[in-house]
Ligand binder design. Sequence first.
Ligand SMILES: NC(=O)C1=CN([C@@H]2O[C@H](COP(=O)(O)OP(=O)(O)OC[C@H]3O[C@@H](n4cnc5c(N)ncnc54)[C@H](O)[C@@H]3O)[C@@H](O)[C@H]2O)C=CC1
Ligand SMILES: O=C(O)[C@@H]1CCC=N1
Length: 291
Amino acid sequence: MEVLLIMSQRIAIVGGGRIGEALLAGLLESGTQVKDLVVVEHSAARAAEIADTYGVLTTDLTTAVEGASVVVVAVKPKDVDGVIEALSRLDDDDDLEHVIVSLAAGVTISHYENKLPAGFPIIRVMPNTAMLVGESMSGVSAGRFASQENIDLVVAMMSSVGKVLVVPESQMDAVTAISGSGPAYAFFLAEAMVDAGVGLGLTRAQATQLAAQTIKGAGILLTDSGSSPTDLRAAVTSPGGTTAAALREFERHAVRSAVNEAAFACAARSAEGAGGASASSEGAAVSPDRS
Ligand SMILES: NC(=O)C1=CN([C@@H]2O[C@H](COP(=O)(O)OP(=O)(O)OC[C@H]3O[C@@H](n4cnc5c(N)ncnc54)[C@H](O)[C@@H]3O)[C@@H](O)[C@H]2O)C=CC1
Ligand SMILES: O=C(O)[C@@H]1CCC=N1
């Protein structure tokens, strides 16, 4: 259904880096036609790579935006202002409304609204790299000029590459801390498990297969079983058994607290603009200093 909704709506992706490519690949995989996608990428080498791999048109911003219902900003936060300036200067002939979808961590909707001509619909989205395999978790917040139709279009687009949670923008830093950066936390755990397996005498290939399939299986149990993480963990933990011995070490090394501190640091970085030009104008949902 999501694919039908966005069918024939041209999507321009500005920034063909890791997240732009993940969105592009996910959209193609979910049925969006090559003709309905266009990429703007500053690096000529990278643009050629994207065009060769996916067969999509890579072009300049003016050509890309012409006829595009959705313009996705997928550049680093520090490069967002350059894109906003270029968008402000555009004088396209089509009568289409262009919905701007910003994927940039920490860049607020008001940052766009203050710099673009009045009335531009802005929707801020925090996806993750699992768009590549159609399993993103994306937070979506709409700006004041976005209509319900605009929101439905963007929710449909992001639903075609994973799950969507619509949140007020005040929760976007927290979303970034859990699901935006979250895949890296899981990969970090996987790396540690692989190293531990090698330490225990497994080959790296064996340890990688064991860790990856275990994390995949645990993820599916989490999403599909209807049980809480606490109940699922309890089901693995036999009284006086092996898992209890392992979990005791996690608690002794304060892993739970480390995850909490990491998420707060991530949210604080998002609130300060994630290395871009703008700091959150509406205040962070969390503060880096909670003492
Ligand atoms: N990597 C991730 O897991 C996630 C990243 N994001 C956000 O996505 C954005 C992009 O991140 P990545 O893809 O990781 O960065 P990246 O550095 O891999 O890609 C950015 C691309 O934009 C291009 N670029 C820069 N200025 C441009 C312009 N004016 N016009 C056209 N292309 C331009 C660069 O050449 C580069 O290829 C960031 O704002 C980040 O906060 C959001 C969610 C997850
Ligand atoms: O590390 C970053 O800044 C980006 C935003 C969310 C995930 N990666």
